[in-house]
Each structure stands twice: as C-alpha cells, then as structure tokens.
Design a protein around this ligand. Structure first.
Ligand code: ATP
Ligand code: MG
Length: 139
C-alpha cells in the first residue's frame, strides 16, 4: 500500500519561479522594444515628475521594465497591486512622495499594475494630475 508523502520533509522555503529568476533586471537586457527602452533609459538618466502608462500585451515585460526603471534611476519603489488600487491607497503612496526618498535613492516611483482596471476615483486622484506620457511596450 502506498504511503502518504511526508510533507514535513519538503523544503520550507518556496522555490523561486522561473519567471522571477530570469526576469531582466536592467533595461538594456530586455529583448526588442528598442524605442521604448531608449525612452525609459533617458527618463532614468534625467528623471522628472511625471506619470507614465506602459501599454502592451500581457507578459511583454511592462511590470519588469518599470522595476528596472526604478533600479536605474535609482528610485524608491512603491508597488501598488491591481487589486489594491483604490483612491485611498493611491493617495497614501502619493503622500509618501512628499518625504525624502530613503538613502541612496533619488526619486520616488509608484508602480501601479494593471492600471486599466483602476477605479475612476483612483484615476482622477492627485497622483494622476502630473504630466502624463505613454509608451507602447512590445512594439
Ligand atoms: N522583452 C522582454 N525581454 C526579456 N524578458 C521578457 C520580455 N518581456 C517579458 N519578459 C519576461 O516575461 C516575464 C513577464 O513579464 P511582465 O510580468 O513584466 O509582463 P507584463 O507586461 O507586466 O504582463 P501583464 O500585462 O500580464 O502584467 C518577465 O519575468 C520577463 O522575464
Ligand atoms: Mg504587469
């Protein structure tokens, strides 16, 4: 008779996913996307107060590119998950931007995943009043 596996014998740490393991860390390491990469690299060199929409198909590296941008600036990252993107949460992270970034960081970067799903209320709140630009990712 087969015995049940001993679950306690499994490693306690969760193994790193391949997507995470091979995610490009630097903008230069993304395949293709030559023009959008250039735009983000220029922004990393001379960051200014602005909001950016990265448009493109799912899985084409938009979130990864935003993380790489934060590293390149380097910026203090505040990552807002799509299910957490309420006006209250946006206002909260926006208020944090009025403080100096932590040591070693030059800017604040708020990354909102799946921004197309955010509520009208969240979209129209303060953080979206700054200059808005768009990059077509996956082009
Ligand atoms: N241009 C690319 N060069 C190298 N790796 C890429 C590229 N595009 C996507 N990837 C890989 O695909 C994975 C998924 O990318 P990511 O989650 O950033 O996509 P996304 O555009 O944010 O997707 P979604 O719209 O579903 O949120 C990344 O971990 C990355 O390793
Ligand atoms: Mg994403």
């Amino acid at each position: 008779m087969a015995t049940a596996p001993n679950l306690l014998a499994f490693p306690q740490s969760v193994p790193q996913s391949l997507v995470e393991k091979y995610r490009p860390r630097a903008l230069k390491d993304f395949c293709g996307n030559v023009k959008p990469k250039e735009i983000l690299q220029r922004l990393a060199e001379r960051p200014y107060s602005s909001s950016w929409i990265l448009r493109g198909e799912s899985g084409t590296g938009k979130t990864s590119a935003a993380l790489a941008l934060a590293d390149a600036i380097p910026a203090q990252l505040q990552h807002v998950a799509s299910q957490d993107c309420t006006a209250k949460r946006i206002e909260e992270v926006w208020q944090n931007c009025f403080y100096m970034p932590v040591a070693g960081k030059r800017f604040h970067l708020i990354l909102v995943d799946e921004a197309d799903l955010m509520s009208e209320e969240a979209y129209s709140c303060t953080a979206y009043q700054v200059r808005q630009e768009q990059v077509y990712w996956g082009a």
